[in-house]
Design a protein around this ligand. Structure first.
Ligand SMILES: *[C@@H]1O[C@H](CO)[C@@H](O)[C@H](O)[C@H]1NC(C)=O
Ligand SMILES: *[C@@H]1O[C@H](CO)[C@@H](O)[C@H](O)[C@H]1NC(C)=O
Ligand SMILES: *[C@@H]1O[C@H](CO)[C@@H](O)[C@H](O)[C@H]1NC(C)=O
Ligand SMILES: *[C@@H]1O[C@H](CO)[C@@H](O)[C@H](O)[C@H]1NC(C)=O
Ligand SMILES: *[C@@H]1O[C@H](CO)[C@@H](O)[C@H](O)[C@H]1NC(C)=O
Ligand SMILES: *[C@@H]1O[C@H](CO)[C@@H](O)[C@H](O)[C@H]1NC(C)=O
Ligand SMILES: *[C@@H]1O[C@H](CO)[C@@H](O)[C@H](O)[C@H]1NC(C)=O
Ligand SMILES: *[C@@H]1O[C@H](CO)[C@@H](O)[C@H](O)[C@H]1NC(C)=O
Ligand SMILES: *[C@@H]1O[C@H](CO)[C@@H](O)[C@H](O)[C@H]1NC(C)=O
Ligand SMILES: *[C@@H]1O[C@H](CO)[C@@H](O)[C@H](O)[C@H]1NC(C)=O
Ligand SMILES: *[C@@H]1O[C@H](CO)[C@@H](O)[C@H](O)[C@H]1NC(C)=O
Ligand SMILES: *[C@@H]1O[C@H](CO)[C@@H](O)[C@H](O)[C@H]1NC(C)=O
Length: 643
């Protein structure tokens, strides 16, 4: 049976209790909710999930070269950089750097904010583990969170930042915060049944909206299938990512029908964002041609910023206006006999695109969950029969906005295949943040990758970005990056069990690069190395991983080193002090000895990396042994039978 037929039979009451029937209480409730959230200016898609023809604006959208930042970004930066001054002063109120008066320093240079620190935060991929560990970091950096501005904590860093980048699982985090009106992680943790971050109900079940789960699930499956079918009917190429992105949106966005009419480009139209009241979100993905396996040495890395979709890489080197994705661009413009399209950049589709490795998970819909009836399962089984399995893990961007724009091979096809941002090995979204035009001084790089046998990071992502940057005239295209040692060194020297700063000595870098504060997931108060494909998290486990992530970035709130926050302060100020010819306070010398990688390597093959309980003290019961973990991993792997 076709999906549409199934949907039809549902609506006609073959299952009388499905609440989505026209005129039902559900429909009235969601209309009321929609009316309420409209003030947020975010749900601005013209027709739900379906990209729709609209009249072009008087200045017709065009593709532009990546030689400069967009004028949208440069004018926004003028506003935002000024807005970081007050939060930065507040941050340095509780993060003291010896007896240096940072407040006075900031005041002295505030008339020329480009002299002050330009801060970015990056959250890696790695499924829900990465979303939650990254969330712990963001929570620790957020001055709105209770106790985050106490001594030993780092609250206010988020408010002082210019950019926040996310990739794959990290993009779910970034989406959850920015699509929900720049909410805080603490608030995301307080939601209840049917609302965001209820990961106890997994993506196969859909949200628990209070009724019988079987019926909730039916309505959810119907929504997923309908969105997909409608986009297809409107004549657009579809892919598994359309279903996956919709499903994710139900877990991440606090709006009716999983925020079906929320676009990514609407972030740029939100008043608080326009006013520079919070940082700019960036989501990273890669492109891939059919059958290709990509590596960092030649991948083309794309970003979604609030205005545009495109790449700084020398291959394509172009940006398209995000709001008008789906329009038929050719040779950089939309022909006069063609119309503009809006609504293609559905926010769920964007975070699904960054995380296409999980598309395969969605094909498990309905097969892995108890309580899901056979007919519900059929809806999606049928839907998935539509896809060519070799393309399971792509997001189809068709029409390709870059078609004919230049002579790069990515501009030669009418469709563009976009894949998970981590597929080229650069699992921390550093790429947008090391573009010289953005002049970032420091990146807080939260790495939740599963590099080792027990799903801990071992520096692989930084190595990939470093190696890429060495091809200065090629794929690196003028980006510089601090020297990074091999992965054995990371493990042997413990660079992944405590925060490590790279690039402290700017004169040892060819070109201009930020300091990278590497914050690798490690067990502080709980064993946060869950499988990338663990799909269900009870609230307690979610919260434990978030708390652990908080401790990863604060060294256990300073319990492991009372000077740690001062050292973070030194790293933040370092490049700014170079620009203004200011000498770093004495405490920074000790800090840099303690936290900057000094060029030492030890490349001998390490023993199995299985760290436990870094905070050494109790918190008993939360730790599981490597053996138990292996057993769990085997079960999970068998469960999903996937790469
Ligand atoms: C968004 O957040 C801001 C700042 O907290 C608040 O003033 C505003 O009312 C919120 N908007 C909506 C629609 O919730
Ligand atoms: C971005 O800049 C262009 C050109 O100045 C302008 O037309 C457009 O409205 C801007 N977009 C937003 C969302 O402000
Ligand atoms: C930023 O602050 C500087 C110095 O106070 C001021 O000259 C400039 O106009 C401000 N920029 C914006 C966009 O407010
Ligand atoms: C905040 O700190 C106080 C005092 O140390 C403590 O009692 C309280 O539990 C903390 N709250 C949170 C949310 O950590
Ligand atoms: C980056 O690539 C573009 C397009 O190939 C090229 O025009 C530009 O000069 C390159 N920039 C650097 C710094 O190499
Ligand atoms: C617009 O014109 C081009 C070239 O003449 C043609 O190929 C295309 O089909 C036309 N598009 C529409 C919507 O008529
Ligand atoms: C949208 O416009 C294009 C021409 O640009 C046309 O081919 C297509 O049929 C239109 N779609 C709808 C649903 O009207
Ligand atoms: C580090 O991670 C990479 C990528 O997963 C893996 O191939 C390599 O064996 C790991 N090395 C060590 C020493 O853990
Ligand atoms: C450097 O980049 C260029 C252009 O992307 C590529 O053709 C070349 O193979 C790269 N060189 C190395 C050593 O990776
Ligand atoms: C920084 O790097 C430069 C160039 O390699 C070197 O001469 C200098 O000694 C280094 N400074 C420190 C403090 O290590
Ligand atoms: C660190 O602070 C967080 C947030 O207040 C708290 O949940 C956690 O228990 C603290 N951890 C330690 C080791 O103090
Ligand atoms: C300094 O630069 C050299 C050459 O790139 C590199 O091998 C070395 O590891 C760097 N040292 C530090 C401390 O980054």
């Amino acid at each position: 049976m076709k999906v549409s037929t199934l949907i039809g039979s549902l609506a006609l009451g073959a299952l009388p209790s499905v609440n989505a029937a026209p005129g039902s209480q559900f429909e009235r409730d969601s209309a009321a909710v929609a009316a309420e959230i409209i003030r947020r200016a975010l749900p601005n898609a013209p027709n739900g999930y379906t990209p729709t023809n609209v009249t072009c604006p008087s200045t017709r959208p065009t593709i532009r070269s990546a030689a400069k930042l967009s004028t949208n970004e440069t004018s926004w930066l003028e506003v935002r950089r000024n807005k970081t001054i007050t939060p930065m002063k507040e941050f340095f109120n509780h993060v003291t750097v010896g007896d240096f008066d940072v407040g006075a320093y900031i005041d002295k240079h505030s008339a020329n904010v480009s002299n002050l620190p330009n801060i970015a935060i990056a959250a890696s991929g790695g499924g829900y583990r990465a979303m939650l560990n990254g969330a712990g970091g963001i929570k620790a950096f957020d001055s709105r969170v209770k106790n985050a501005t106490a001594s030993g904590h780092l609250g206010g860093l988020l408010q002082s930042a210019t950019y926040v980048a996310g990739l794959s699982g990290g993009s779910w985090l970034v989406g959850s915060i920015f699509i929900n009106n720049f909410t805080s992680v603490a608030d995301l943790q307080t939601y209840s049944s049917g609302e965001p971050w209820q990961l106890g109900n997994n993506i196969f079940e859909g949200p628990d909206t209070g009724g019988l789960q079987v019926l909730d699930t039916a309505e959810y499956y119907t929504d997923l299938a309908e969105a997909y079918e409608d986009k297809k009917k409107a004549g657009f190429a579809t892919s598994l990512t359309d279903v996956w992105g919709r499903a994710l949106a139900f877990q991440m966005f606090n709006a009716s029908k999983g925020g079906i009419d929320y676009t990514w480009s609407s972030i740029a139209k939100t008043q608080d964002f326009i006013d520079g009241n919070y940082p700019m979100p960036l989501v990273v993905a890669d492109s891939r041609t059919t059958g290709e396996i990509i590596a960092s040495s030649y991948s083309t890395v794309f970003e979604f910023n609030p205005w545009e979709f495109g790449t700084f890489d020398p291959t394509l080197y172009a940006f398209a206006p995000l709001e008008y994705l789906g329009s038929r661009f050719e040779n950089g413009s939309i022909a006069s006999n063609e119309t503009c399209v809006r609504g293609y950049d559905n926010a769920g589709f964007v975070i699904g695109t960054s995380a296409t490795l999980f598309n395969e998970v969605i094909t498990e819909l309905g097969t892995n969950s108890s309580g899901i009836t056979a007919w519900a399962e059929n809806i999606l089984t049928d839907l998935f029969a539509d896809f060519d399995s070799s393309d399971d893990d792509i997001a189809s961007y068709d029409p390709n906005p870059f078609y004919g724009y230049n002579d790069d091979s990515l501009a030669s096809t009418t469709g563009l295949d976009v894949v998970d941002g981590g597929e080229d090995g650069q699992n921390v979204p550093l790429h947008p943040l090391i573009q010289p035009e953005r002049a970032v001084d420091i990146i807080f790089a939260i790495d939740s990758s599963a590099d080792t046998d027990y799903y801990w990071p071992n520096g692989t992502s930084l190595v990939a970005t470093y190696e890429r940057s060495l091809n200065v005239t090629g794929i690196g295209n003028g980006t510089a990056f601090p020297a990074i040692p091999d992965q054995n060194t990371f493990i042997n020297l413990g660079l992944n069990t405590r925060p490590t700063f790279f690039g402290c000595n700017s004169t040892n870098i060819t070109g201009t690069a930020p300091i990278v504060v590497y914050l690798a997931n490690a067990p502080y108060s709980s064993q946060s190395n869950t499988s990338t494909y663990q799909m269900t998290y009870e609230d307690w486990q979610r919260d434990n991983i978030i708390t652990n992530g908080y401790e990863v970035v604060t060294r256990g709130n300073g319990t492991l080193d009372g000077n740690f926050t001062a050292c973070v302060g030194c790293a933040i100020l370092s490049r700014s002090f170079e620009r203004t010819g200011t000498t770093l306070p004495d405490i920074c010398t000790q800090c840099f000895t303690d936290y900057c990688w000094n060029g030492t390597t030890n490349s001998t093959t390490p023993n199995t990396y299985a760290p436990v309980d870094i905070l050494a003290s109790s918190q008993a019961g939360l730790f599981i042994t490597p053996t138990a973990l292996t057993a769990f991993a085997a079960v999970t792997a068998a469960f999903f039978a996937m790469v």
